[in-house]
Structure formats: C-alpha cells, structure tokens
Design a protein around this ligand. Sequence first.
Ligand code: UDP
Ligand code: MG
Length: 259
Amino acid sequence: MKATVNVSIVVPLYNEEGNAEELYRELNSVLAGLHLSYEIVFINDGSTDRTGELLKEISSGDPHVVVINFRRNFGQTAAMSAGFDYSCGEVIVTMDGDLQNDPADIPKLLDKISEGNDVVAGWRFQRRDPFLSRRLPSMIANRIISWITGVKLHDYGCTLKAFRKDVAENIRLYGEMHRFIPAIASAVGISIAEVRVNHRARRHGTSKYGISRTFRVILDLITVKFLLSYSNRPIHVFGLIGLVSLGMGALISFILILQ
Ligand code: UDP
Ligand code: MG
C-alpha cells in the first residue's frame, strides 16, 4: 500500500515535448511553496515525440514525480483515469500538459477544497483559444450540458479541477467523460465550487482536437444523462421503446386485418 500524500497532480501529455520541462518547472515552484506533501503524476499518452524521454529525465531527478507510459495513444480521458487510479493524494488536481492551465492557480483550488467543497472546477473566464473552432462550440456545449445535467457551471471543458480522493475514486471515466465529472458527482450529492482561473494561449505544439470533439461530447452527454436519470430504472427507457414498438406493430396488424 502506497503512503498517502496531501495532493496529487495528474497531467496527461500527448506530444508535448515543447511544454513538458517548463510545466514541471512551474509546477515545482508552486508546489514547493505550499508546504504540503505532494506527487506529480504525468501520464505519457503514447507520445511519438520526445515527451517520454523528457518526462523520464524529470522523474529521475525528482522523487515527487511519477510517469505512467501508455504503449499507444488512448486519449485524454483514459490518461486521466489511469492518473486517478494511481494517485494516492487526499486531493487530486487535474490539469492540461500544454501550459494552457496555469499551475499558479492550484493554491486557489486547494483553498476552495479546504473550505469544504468536494470538487472545485476551473472557469477559463478569459479563454485564449480560437473563437469559431473552440469558444463558440464550447459555449453551446456548456449551455446544453448545464440544461441536461442540471449542474450550473460556466465551463465544463476546463481540465484544471480539484477533487477529493473519495469522489474521484467512485467515478469511472470513458469517452469524453472527464468533463462530466462534476455532473456525475453532483448526482451522488457532493458539493461543487467554481473558481476563475487563468488561461494561456498554446505556445508550443498543436491542439489534439478539432470540431468533431463537440459531437463526441454531445454523444457522451446522452450516456451521462442515462447514467444520471435511468441507471436504476432502465425499463423506463427500454420499456418505453418496447411499448411504442408493440403499439405500432399492433396498429399495423389491425390495419392489415381490416383490409
Ligand atoms: N492529450 C492527451 N491525449 C490525447 C489528446 C490530448 O493526453 O489523445 C493531452 C494534451 O497533451 C494536453 C491535454 O490533453 O495536455 C489537452 O489537449 P489539447 O491541448 O490538445 O486540447 P485543447 O486545449 O485544444 O482543448
Ligand atoms: Mg490545450
């Protein structure tokens, strides 16, 4: 059994060779100033550039750092899920590995957790991403997610979030679901807070996503809605489909008999 630490930082990285070292430096300077025990869990999601080598070098020089290497690219949600499984922190903080999230915001998130919240979500109130391909679809998706899940957050897509370990432990992730953690978590009655966080433009490397992600997010939202509303009464969905089919079948038979 691993000893626990106060905070685990979980960061998925896929081809982030231009960002890995600077990210580590920034994380290190923030975390060293906190006087808490901590670990940094980097998940190398099958990078084909020098990310893996750089992370290995970083971890060999700092016992706080652990690297999980995926054999191929499994996606950000799978990487975060592996990070949750590995982490031993009382609080888990997730963030992107491309320097768009700012490690300097971590203390703010931890403060909100200390105030008694179970989940704290970052809100990129001045988001530095292209408007048409990113901010606009995300504005629409945020509205829809808010409406369907009933959890009112401004920004579901921000990876910078903090969770109490027991909350993180009880949530299985797949697809694009990491963004629905607050919604899933609120269904089991936990408290969520939101804090404004800094957001920076990507300076090195490229974004791994295009507009198609918006569609995947919406599809996953259907699964989440199902999990939230019908997981303990699936007959209300499938039974309804069955009843409608039965009704239509009976109607067609009736029409055919009459003819
Ligand atoms: N990422 C990952 N696996 C993937 C795609 C992305 O681990 O298959 C990581 C990526 O390296 C970054 C974070 O997830 O640290 C967010 O990705 P990106 O910056 O491309 O997304 P955007 O900011 O454009 O939404
Ligand atoms: Mg990014």
